[in-house]
Design a protein around this ligand. Structure first.
Ligand code: CUA
Length: 352
């Protein structure tokens, strides 16, 4: 038998093609030079829960890299050294080697047990409520947005979850329709949001980086849940204790009363066109899970479950035809005219 060794050129082109495919899956909204502050990286843990996974992740990665390199080196040596050469006789043919077979059976068993032990221990730890006081947040997934309720504070938010750093938090996870999954990679997870069942996450978020009073992290639904699953995103804002108190105080304020004429007209449209039937502008828990609460909508940097930047142009496009920008969105097309859209944009953006 004659083994053909691929040419260096074809090997290089295969390797670069594979590298390109692998890199195309990378997320690049962070500074590649400093490798800092990626809002949605599983490799930059920002909570005790995320860290517990990270501490298993890296040893497993290095073990598999070592195995991969070892296998590739042995394979290359075997292919090059033992290939058929003209004039050489057929080497001795052997069948079975008890020592080697025991070796390649037992070594993987040892490695798997070594990985399984900390993994299973940490799964158990992650499922256990911490002792002492815990800050409660109820999370409800809907097609295709997230509602958050803070029972102790009497507040609700949509698509933005605010957490106090350094305090144990309990996320009680539930769904209002189909199965979704809650996943903010830097805080850990992910866990399913299911109808008819409450799942749990306990975590303590780390302090924001030095000099910052809060940090915005990104997350998304991680369970295929319908047309706009890929657009079901959210942000987590981790605050220092002072910043969290400030946020709570601001959030408890009633929605602003518009003073500007166009915004005031928008407030009337909000009632007349029927927006109020689903959306509340009461920051307490009224209609928390029916549609996103809009009490302080103007202060949110993102729109439609982190789909767009919350600017006038994007908001107008969303109001004109929600399904066009988010397929299957449950928000109906109210056939608003241009004046109504302009007034609503002014009103909603006045709700700081
Ligand atoms: Cu909700 Cu995917």
């Amino acid at each position: 038998m004659h083994i053909r060794i691929p040419s260096i050129r074809s090997m290089l082109s295969s390797v670069s093609a594979l590298t390109f495919i692998a890199l195309s899956g990378c997320y690049t909204r962070f500074d590649p030079l400093t490798f800092k502050d990626d809002p949605q990286s599983t490799m930059m843990p920002m909570s005790d829960l995320a860290l517990s996974t990270d501490e298993i992740y890296w040893p497993v990665i290095w073990i598999t890299v070592a195995i991969f390199v070892l296998v590739q080196v042995l394979l290359t040596v075997a292919v090059v050294k033992f290939r058929e050469k003209p004039g050489e006789p057929m080497p001795e043919q052997v069948h079975g080697n008890i020592k080697m077979e025991l070796g390649w059976t037992l070594l993987p068993v040892v490695i798997l047990v070594a990985i399984a032990f900390p993994t299973v221990t940490r799964i158990w730890e992650a499922q256990t409520a911490p002792e002492g006081e815990v800050f409660e947040i109820k999370v409800v997934g809907k097609q295709w947005w997230f509602a958050f309720e803070y029972p102790e504070l009497g507040l609700v938010t949509a698509n933005e979850v605010h957490l106090p750093a350094g305090r144990p938090v309990h996320l009680a996870l539930h769904s209002g329709d189909v199965i979704h999954a809650f996943w903010i990679p830097r805080l850990g997870g992910k866990r399913d949001l299911m109808p008819g069942r409450i799942n749990h996450i306990w975590l303590t978020a780390d302090m924001p980086p030095d000099g910052q009073d809060s940090i915005r992290l990104e997350g998304q639904c991680a369970e295929l849940c319908g047309d706009s699953h890929a657009l079901m995103r959210m942000e987590a804002i981790v605050h220092t204790p002072e910043s969290f108190d400030k946020w709570v105080a601001a959030q408890k304020q009633a929605a602003a009363t518009p003073t500007e004429p166009l915004a005031a007209k928008g407030a009337e449209t909000f009632l007349a066109a029927g927006c109020i039937a689903c959306h509340s502008t009461d920051p307490s828990n009224a209609q928390a899970f029916l549609a996103p609460n809009l009490s302080h909508f103007g202060s949110r940097p993102r729109l439609a479950a982190d789909r767009f930047e919350n600017n006038a142009e994007n908001l107008a496009a969303w109001l004109r035809n929600p399904q066009a920008v988010k397929p299957g969105a449950t928000m109906p097309n109210l056939n608003l005219n241009d004046q109504q859209v302009d007034a609503l944009v002014a009103y909603l953006h006045s709700l700081k």
